[in-house]
Design a binder for this molecule. Structure first.
Ligand code: ADE
Length: 230
C-alpha cells in the first residue's frame, strides 16, 4: 500500500510533514511531492494549490505517477450545516461540484452527461475514521460536501448550494479529487475541519482559524494512517 495524503494549501500539509519528519522532495508537473516511509508505510504528501483544476492534477499525479493506492485529503471547509462549529470535523460521504452549470440545457446543477451529480467516497475508510474518533474521543459529522472554484462568503450562495445539493459544508477541491479517485478505482477519503461559515465575515474567520483547523484535520488524518497501517 502507498498512501497519498493531500491538502490544497501549504498550511494543510505542514502539520503532516512535521509528524512524518523525514522525507524526500520530488518536483513533478509544477508541484512539489514529499515522499516518505512513515512507520514502514510509503506515503506521498502534497498540497495541490487551491481549486478544482490544481487538485485534479495533483490527485491524478499521485495515483498515476507516484503509484498511490489510497488517497486521504485533509484540510478546511466552510460550514453550512448550522450544527458545524469552527474546528469541527466533517467527513464527506459524497461530494458534488456546486458550480458545474449546464442547466440551460435542462440538466440539474452539478450534472454533465457521462458524469453524476454526486460522487461517493470509500466506506471502509469512513469506518476507519469512526474507530479513530472513538479512540481519540473526537467526533466528526458525516455529510455532503459541495466543491466549487469560489470562496463562498454570501448567505444567498450558501442557501442555493443547500437547495441544490443538501450540502453540509463547502470547499474548493474535494469533489474533483473524489472524481479522480472514482475513475481510477482508488479509495478516497475527504476530511475537513471548519474554518468559517461561508457568510459575509467568512474571509476574516478563515484568516483567523484556517491554520488551527488545518492542524485539527491533519492530526486526525495521521491517526487514520496509523490505524490503516497497524
Ligand atoms: N474553504 C474554507 N472556507 C471556504 C469557503 N467559505 N468557501 C470555499 N472554500 C472554503
Amino acid at each position: 500500500m502507498k498512501i497519498a495524503i493531500m491538502g490544497a494549501m501549504p498550511e494543510e500539509i505542514t502539520p503532516i510533514l512535521e509528524i512524518v519528519g523525514e522525507y524526500k522532495t520530488t518536483q513533478y508537473a509544477n508541484n512539489t511531492y514529499y515522499e516518505a516511509s512513515y512507520k514502514g508505510c510509503e506515503v506521498v504528501i502534497a498540497h495541490s494549490k487551491i481549486g478544482k483544476v490544481f487538485s485534479t492534477l495533483t490527485a491524478t499525479s499521485m495515483i498515476e505517477h507516484f503509484a498511490c493506492t489510497t488517497l486521504l485529503f485533509s484540510g478546511v471547509a466552510g460550514g453550512i450545516n448550522p450544527s458545524l462549529k469552527i474546528g469541527d470535523l466533517i467527513v464527506a460521504t459524497k461530494l458534488s461540484q456546486h458550480d458545474l452549470d449546464i442547466t440551460a440545457f435542462g440538466h440539474p446543477m452539478g450534472f454533465v452527461p457521462g458524469g453524476s451529480v454526486f460522487v461517493e467516497t470509500d466506506k471502509e475508510l469512513i469506518s476507519v475514521a469512526k474507530d479513530v474518533a472513538k479512540e481519540l474521543d473526537k467526533n466528526f459529522q458525516e455529510g455532503v460536501i459541495a466543491t466549487g472554484d469560489q470562496f463562498v462568503h454570501d448567505t444567498k450562495i450558501k442557501e442555493a448550494i443547500v437547495k441544490n445539493f443538501g450540502a453540509d459544508a463547502l470547499e474548493m477541491e474535494g469533489a474533483s479529487v473524489a472524481v479522480v479517485c472514482d475513475a481510477l478505482h482508488v479509495p478516497c477519503f475527504i476530511l475537513r475541519a471548519i474554518s468559517d461559515t461561508a457568510d459575509t465575515d467568512a474571509s476574516f474567520s478563515f484568516d483567523e482559524f484556517m491554520e488551527s483547523s488545518a492542524i485539527i484535520s491533519a492530526a486526525f488524518v495521521m491517526k487514520m494512517v496509523d490505524k490503516i497501517i497497524e
